[in-house]
Design a protein around this ligand. Structure first.
Ligand code: PMP
Length: 366
């Protein structure tokens, strides 16, 4: 028997992240509504900036300085307290790595974003999962599980895959009840989809609190998922820790250029938000009319809707039927949600066809 390097047991316990698919079982390319990307594409200004990027023979700015300054300018932050990442995924992972280790606990809610478990396990920490409240976040349940081993608490707001949202007062209440030495990671990947008056106060909290890291991404409303750019902001010692361990050139040349131009094109962001708001409302209304078939769309503040199938028609059947009609959606049995389908808000005609298809299937199923 030859020897081989053995995975650490905590690495062996990890199930690799399962991304939203873009092909059917038979390999056919589908309209992808499975990864919460922007159906309007990317800002033309960002595409132009990306295309004009100088040759790839040179390293990018290791500190993403211009990009950080633009982020800080747009959000009224201190650029020294902003760190960019290879997607916000990198920052979520680094947050655990920097502040927790074997024997420590990382806390988040059931039906939270699946990267949190990977981020926790890869550092040998113990994931602790709080029960949900009808698929939403139960702050008291979360707080009830804080122990003296808790080092990091993750919360996505809006949350993926449920779309649920906690208003400012609830975020403040959660933060106020957390011990000062627990890092509160508030993942705002979908924050730009909120109406400005619905701001959850996270960025303001990150300015004054010693234990808050807010993360955002260019992958959703900015339509730059393929460039892999995220950012985070928090107290200087939090940003310092992340800067020590991040990849030295973690945002590509084209990513930095495209991200900067995308931030300067807030018209595109506005248009994307308005499209999402209108189409989500129309889609949810169409699904709510199917309540007598056991179909229940959960209230969403994000660019997707999680639909529960609690009657004769199953989520799996809808997922497969939509794939036959050319749509990739996200069925989530691996996340403990075999009864649910997550569908990204896409183009108007696509949402109309999907709602119609579900209605027909529901009527056939009885
Ligand atoms: N947080 C949440 C809640 C998400 O849904 C996603 C993307 N699926 C991310 C973070 C990570 O996004 P990215 O790494 O592309 O920035």
């Amino acid at each position: 028997m030859t020897k081989r390097p053995e995975m650490k047991p905590w690495i062996e316990a990890i199930h690799a992240y399962v991304p939203g698919k873009s092909r059917s079982a038979s390999g056919r390319e589908l309209i992808k509504l499975s990864a919460n990307e922007n159906p309007l594409g990317t800002s033309p200004a960002a595409l132009a900036a990306r295309a004009a990027t100088p040759g790839p023979d040179r390293y990018p700015d290791p500190d993403s300085r211009a990009l950080r300054e633009e982020i800080a300018h747009l959000h009224g932050l201190d650029a020294a307290r902003v760190v960019c990442g290879t997607g916000s995924d990198e920052l979520l992972n680094l947050a655990v790595q920097a502040f927790a280790g074997p024997g420590d606990e990382v806390l988040y809610v059931r039906y939270g974003f699946s990267v949190y478990e990977i981020a926790a396990r890869r550092c040998g920490t113990t994931p602790v999962i709080a029960p949900d409240l009808d698929y939403g976040t139960d702050i008291d349940a979360l707080l009830g599980l804080v122990s003296d081993k808790t080092r990091v608490v993750f919360l996505a707001n809006p949350n993926n895959p449920t779309g649920s949202f906690l208003p400012k007062g609830e975020i403040a209440r959660l933060h106020a009840a957390l011990p000062d030495d627990v890092l509160f990671v508030l993942d705002q990947a979908y924050a730009e989809y909120l109406a400005p008056e619905d701001d959850d106060g996270g960025l303001a909290l990150a300015k004054v609190a010693n234990n808050v890291l807010v993360t955002r991404t260019f992958s959703k409303i900015y339509g730059l998922a393929g460039e892999r750019i995220g950012w985070g902001t928090g107290a200087p010692h939090i940003i310092d820790a992340l800067n020590r361990i991040r990849g030295p050139f973690n945002v590509s040349l084209s990513g930095q250029a495209a991200g900067l131009a995308a931030l300067r094109d807030q018209e595109f962001v506005k248009k994307s938000r308005a499209h999402n708001l209108a189409e989500r409302a129309r889609f949810v209304a169409a699904l709510e009319a199917l309540g007598n078939h056991g179909i229940r769309p959960l209230p969403s503040q994000a660019n997707f809707v999680l639909i529960l199938f609690e009657g004769a028609l199953t989520a799996e059947a809808v997922h497969d039927a939509l794939a036959d009609r050319g749509y990739a959606t996200r069925w989530l049995p691996g996340q403990g949600l075999p009864q649910a389908l997550r569908i990204t808000i896409g183009a108007s005609d696509h949402m109309t066809e999907i709602a119609e298809t579900i209605r027909t299937l529901a009527e056939q199923a009885g």
